[in-house]
Ligand binder design. Structure first.
Ligand code: PMT
Length: 413
């Protein structure tokens, strides 16, 4: 069966109110020429310089300009729009808009989207050279850069105001090239299929009780999103959690270890990589009581039997075996225990985390020790989306070098 073709890159182009907005139809064309899908969002100021109709005609999509447009929100709400984008490019980005972003304002559709998106942010400043040189603008730009935004330009030269100096928006062709090439460089899993398991499993005891654990799904969902952002086709198999799956991934909801086992194996057709971030039960009830278990004596015994070990079963596949990445949740001797798990389960890589007492489970941040044959890397504590991005980059690197034998040790020896 043919592999799914990588889909087009989706660029959300934010146009703010600067004279350089007149170059945006050309920018949309240059992005589309290079195969990108473009959704334009413009501010009220931008519409003083360029009409929505022109941008709609060149982008082939209705332009969005208001947070309060009920019809548009019903079709693709602003959060959906924020999730749709592989990258947000704001061009031109005025001094006012940079200040807004620096302060985390959400007073319009574009600023709200910039806050709500997990996609990389590219900013193409355009303003008078004195405004660009002003320490307030410089501080805003430095802040945004520190937070991960990429600043494209500005260029130098004659300005619309009659002055000469830095502050011109880069030319559309250059902006399209820089945005798409930088974005493609991040797409280290383009054309790959990745199956991710996440969340806890629930092992039923009777119609109202189950055995489970404290996994919130945050880690696994962040991994699925990072793999999607890296260009992979992603299937996310998840136990019951209280968070929404990232958009653009195929989602399979399960409850028990047995269901997760079956769903993962079904999803594995043509998969390149399996990442087991789920906290799967090791044991399940030998028999599920048909009726609620009665409180009949002072103590009771539950008979548990081993649940299927999904990770080990994927690693043991004789044909169609993907690159197998496990997690190891450890309360002590993290490296020794994780290394033993890597070998015992025959995984290709294991990402170990310390758990217990405010660590690992149901937290927004975490740290990982990643081990594989011939390599190890520590990823210091950070928020799970960032941690997942770094893990996915590492997985792509090691998986890629194992497909080119002889290069693994050279990459990270
Ligand atoms: O969901 P969060 O709240 O964000 O928390 C994240 C996390 C702590 C759950 C996550 O980072 C993590 O460590 N996941 C793995 C938890 C776990 O089950 O670890 P383990 O050491 O018991 O298992 C080792 C590996 O075997 C894991 O890849 C696990 O998915 C897999 N396994 C375990 C048991 C089983 N029956 N089948 C499996 O596939």
């Amino acid at each position: 069966m043919d592999k799914p073709r990588p889909r087009s890159l989706r660029i959300l182009l934010g146009v703010t109110g600067g004279i350089a907005a007149y170059k945006c139809p050309d920018l949309v064309r240059r992005l589309r020429e290079r195969g990108a899908e473009v959704q334009v969002v413009m501010t009220a100021g931008a519409s003083r310089f360029i009409t929505a109709l022109t941008l709609q005609a060149v982008s082939g999509r209705p332009v969005r300009d208001s947070l309060w447009d009920e019809a548009a929100e019903a079709a693709m709400g602003h959060i959906e729009l924020a999730r749709w984008a592989d990258a947000v490019l704001v061009a031109p980005a005025t001094a006012d808009f940079l200040a807004k972003l620096g302060h985390g304002r959400a007073d319009g559709l574009l600023s709200t989207l910039c806050l709500a998106t997990a996609a990389p942010l590219y900013l193409a400043p355009a303003m008078n050279q004195q405004m660009w040189a002003n320490p307030a603008t410089a501080a805003n730009v430095a802040l945004l850069r520190d937070r991960g935004a990429t600043i494209l330009g500005p260029g130098e030269g004659d300005q619309a105001c009659g002055e000469t100096g830095p502050g011109r928006m880069l030319e559309p062709d250059q902006l399209a090239e820089l945005t798409l090439s930088r974005l493609s460089a991040k797409r280290v899993l383009a054309g790959r299929k990745v199956v991710v398991s996440a969340g806890p499993t629930r092992e039923r005891l009777d119609p109202v009780r189950f055995i489970s654990n404290r996994s919130s799904g945050k880690m696994g969902y962040a991994v699925a999103q990072a793999a999607r952002d890296a260009g992979a086709t992603v299937v996310l198999v998840s136990g019951p959690v209280g968070i929404s799956p990232p958009s653009g991934v195929e989602f399979v909801a399960v409850e028990s270890a047995q269901q997760m086992h079956e769903a993962v194996h079904r999803a594995l057709a043509d998969a390149d990589i399996y990442i087991g971030a789920a906290a799967v039960a090791d044991y399940q009830a030998r028999a599920i009581a048909a009726q609620k278990i009665k409180k009949s004596s002072d103590s009771m015994q539950l008979e548990l039997v081993k649940a299927p070990d999904i990770l080990a079963s994927v690693a043991a596949l004789k044909s169609g075996r993907p690159f197998v990445v496990g997690f190891a949740a450890e309360t002590e001797n993290i490296e020794e225990n994780a290394r033993a798990k890597l070998v015992r389960k025959r995984a290709d890589m294991i990402a170990a985390n310390l758990v217990g007492d405010g660590l690992g489970f149901d937290r927004d941040d975490n740290s990982l020790l990643v081990l594989w044959a011939g390599g190890r890397e520590e990823i210091a504590s950070c928020v799970k989306p960032e941690l997942a991005r770094r893990l996915v980059t590492l997985i792509a690197e090691v998986h890629g070098s194992q497909r080119r034998p002889g290069t693994v040790a050279a990459v990270r020896g």
